[in-house]
Design a protein. Structure first.
Length: 604
């Protein structure tokens, strides 16, 4: 390790521990110490100050960050030990996944590195300890190895791990690098929207038999030695897989849905041809009527996993059947750098839409410093996107909550959407052109900050708020799973998970597969061993990242009656799907959450 790599490694370790990078003087002391110079040689103007204050504190911070004693004399040895490549291996606890994970662990360890078995489906009496360890490993690793089987592909924890890795990459503009090994996966493997976007552009390798293990291990070890992606020339990019998924999705749309079909494990957005999509009559009809109106704006609101993206996909599909151009766009998968300022966000916004439309116009050719970013964005739509085709353009803007978090740009971005809507609705400007633009805006909760009532798009257009399934709708989806339940059995399930679409479907899938019965499911539901363990651990991990939310939710589940919370905390818990809002008061959404988190949040 040379001095440049050592300094970068130390700075990253300290940032992960403290949230602050090394300052210039600390860097100077580090480099000088690495090169064997004395404090007098490093900083002759005041060597005593540098030794007693700067150096002493630097070695303390490094010791805490690396988990080993660091001194000026022992600097190289400490970093050599700490810089062994850390390689978390994410997998589900089943065969052949577990055996392959252990074999790769041993090979990587024998090569002098530090692998970590990250059993994404782990069950433990102390899950907070295991999740904390996983969190530490992700922050310190250069490479994350994901063993992707069909079961891992539907794991909420797998998605949460990849989301955190994306955040770390945004912060450091560098590793962790994701490599995945597909285990007995069909072609194409049906990935949900989030997982597909997190994996897009990363490398994968196929594992079909134990004979493939040694070659994969050799490739991974060679990559760890060089960190050169070119060494993985036998691996493939997920971009090909993305095209295969689109082709498979297009074919599935031609297949008529059946009233009863083979159970399918819920993966997020419910595919268009699925027999298990339950209509919220008359909401779909209202949306389909609205989207064909000039300048339409539809607002879909509901907590996570309630079916917003599935409904958005159906609105876009309906629009496509009318001959309209459609573009789905999720803000969840924009890099953090996109939200640095309004100009970055609007350039990304225009570029993504132009690329999805295969427009010949390039944003960089049309953007000018003469005008502000909102004017540039509006001109790009008026000059390039809207007049390029006579057909209306429908934008499905998913996960716009991400923009709420950036107060410096939220007002201007949402104000721009409102201005476009008004140009179409009230005859401002080039109204005939803007009538071609239709918007579907999807968000999980209320705006975290108050937007100007005259600039907000959240008080105009058609508001659609998705509620949980009713007992009648739960009874209907049980029939579609081939189950013959009476009203008492439906009520038993709803007592634990309400009418939550995802949690209800997950229960019915496992019961329809004869993996367990209703009584067994309800007994195990709030435990690590139950079918909701993956879902619950994902929330627990989120609480570890945000102790203020954990403290707020702890208050909610320990009080017998609904309580008042700070509005921002209440909105965030609601967007996570953990609470019901009752006016200005908050209560746990399900008994499942109250039982699982009652004891576990005490240690956070």
């Amino acid at each position: 390790m040379d001095v440049k790599a050592a300094l970068e490694f130390a700075d990253r370790a300290i940032y992960n521990q403290t949230g602050k990078h090394l300052n210039d003087l600390e860097r100077e002391v580090f480099v000088g110490s690495w090169e064997g110079r004395t404090y007098e040689e490093i900083y002759p103007l005041n060597p005593q100050y540098v030794e007693k204050y700067v150096g002493y504190r630097l070695w303390q911070k490094l010791s805490q960050a690396l988990g080993t004693k660091v001194t000026k004399k022992r600097l190289k040895g400490a970093l050599a030990r700490a810089s062994r490549k850390r390689v978390p291996i994410g997998y589900c606890n089943q065969e052949p996944d577990s055996t392959l994970a252990v074999q790769l662990f041993r090979a990587i360890e024998a090569a002098g590195h530090q692998p970590f078995l990250g059993n994404i489906g782990a069950t433990s009496t102390h899950p907070t300890d295991w999740l904390s360890q996983l969190n530490t490993e992700l922050k310190q690793c250069n490479t994350f190895l994901l063993l992707l089987s069909p079961q891992t592909a539907v794991s909420e924890m797998a998605i949460e791990v990849l989301r955190q890795i994306q955040e770390l990459r945004d912060i450091h503009h560098s590793p962790p690098i994701v490599l995945s090994v597909r285990i007995d996966c069909p072609h194409p493997i049906p990935l949900n929207h989030d997982l597909r976007n997190y994996l897009l552009g990363t490398l994968y390798r196929e594992w079909r038999t134990p004979e493939d293990t040694d070659a994969i291990a050799r490739d991974v070890i060679q990559f760890l030695a060089t960190e050169d992606r070119e060494t993985l020339n036998t691996w493939q990019k997920w971009e090909t897989e993305e095209r295969e998924n689109r082709e498979a999705a297009a074919k599935s749309q031609l297949e008529p849905p059946l009233p009863v079909a083979e159970p399918e494990l819920p993966k997020g957005q419910v595919r268009l041809a699925s027999a298990f999509y339950i209509e919220r009559i008359p909401l779909e009809a209202r949306c389909y009527q609205s989207i064909v109106q000039p300048g339409a704006l539809i607002r879909l609101k509901a907590p996570r996993q309630m079916g917003k993206t599935s409904l958005m996909a159906r609105i876009l599909y309906h629009a496509k059947e009318q001959g309209y151009r459609t573009v789905p766009l999720s803000f969840q998968h924009a890099d953090k750098s996109v939200f640095a300022n309004l100009n970055h966000l609007l350039r990304w916004f225009c570029a993504r839409i132009a690329r999805k439309l295969r427009s010949p116009y390039k944003v960089e050719d049309r953007w000018t410093d003469t005008y502000g970013s909102k004017d540039n964005c509006t001109a790009f739509f008026e000059d390039c996107l809207l007049p390029e085709d006579d057909r209306p353009l429908v934008l499905g803007l998913d996960e716009v909550d991400r923009v709420f978090q950036y107060a410096n740009i939220a007002d201007d971005f949402f104000g721009l959407l409102r201005a476009w809507y008004e140009e179409a609705s009230y005859g401002y400007g080039d109204s005939e052109l803007w009538e071609k633009l239709r918007l579907v805006v999807v968000h999980s909760t209320e705006v975290y900050k108050t937007l100007d009532i005259n600039q907000s798009p959240f008080n105009v257009g058609l508001p659609i708020e998705l509620s949980e399934f009713s007992p009648e709708q739960v009874a209907e989806i049980t029939r579609r799973h081939g189950l013959h339940w009476d009203s008492e059995q439906v009520q038993q399930l709803m007592t634990v998970v309400g009418g939550h679409p995802y949690l209800v479907r997950l229960a019915l899938y496992h019961i329809a597969q004869d993996r367990l019965n209703l009584t067994q499911l309800l007994d195990l539901a709030p435990t690590e061993a139950g079918i909701y363990g993956d879902h619950l651990r994902r929330h627990l991990w989120s609480f570890q990242q945000h102790p203020e939310l954990a403290a707020a939710f702890r208050q909610v589940i320990t009080e017998p009656e609904p309580i008042e919370l700070e509005s921002v905390l209440a909105f965030k818990l609601h967007s996570m799907g953990l609470v019901h809002l009752r006016g200005d008061r908050v209560m746990p959404r399900f008994e499942l959450y109250r039982q699982y988190f009652r004891d576990r949040l005490a240690s956070i």
